[in-house]
Design a protein around this ligand. Structure first.
Ligand SMILES: [Zn+2]
Ligand SMILES: [Zn+2]
Length: 123
């Protein structure tokens, strides 16, 4: 058991980045201390080495949010695709992420099915 989990705030560790899409200055850590790599306002991210494990992942291209994935735990992940190198990444949703954009991505496949829904009537 460690006694290191005190409430001292490491001001040296606080960092920010500018959103590659909307220009918002984003804290690299969410309010609960979780690392954050995408903008809470527009959910765009940037393709830099720190954000992805392994791979040639420092092309610095803009990463667009394209989909929602749900883990077994029920947690939502945002799927990003790099506009420059097409790499896909997944990142946990933060509590202050734009919920309108999250919902819009989540329902998009249901709103635009690539097949006629009438087919279900004959099953
Ligand atoms: Zn943004
Ligand atoms: Zn990239």
């Amino acid at each position: 058991m460690s006694s290191h989990t005190s409430t001292n705030i490491n001001t040296l560790g606080v960092s920010t980045f500018a959103c590659a899409w909307c220009g918002l200055t984003v804290s690299a850590y969410a309010a609960d201390g979780a690392p954050r790599n995408h903008c809470p306002s527009c959910l765009h991210s940037q393709h830099v080495l720190d954000h992805v494990e392994g791979g040639p992942s420092d092309c610095e291209g803009r990463m667009s949010p394209i989909a929602i994935a749900v883990l077994r735990t029920g947690d939502w992940m945002v799927i990003h695709r790099c506009v420059r190198c097409d790499e896909l990444t997944s990142n946990p949703v933060c509590t202050d992420d734009n919920q309108l954009i999250l919902m819009r991505m989540a329902v998009r496949p249901l709103a635009q099915p690539p097949f006629p829904l009438e087919a279900f009537g004959t099953l």
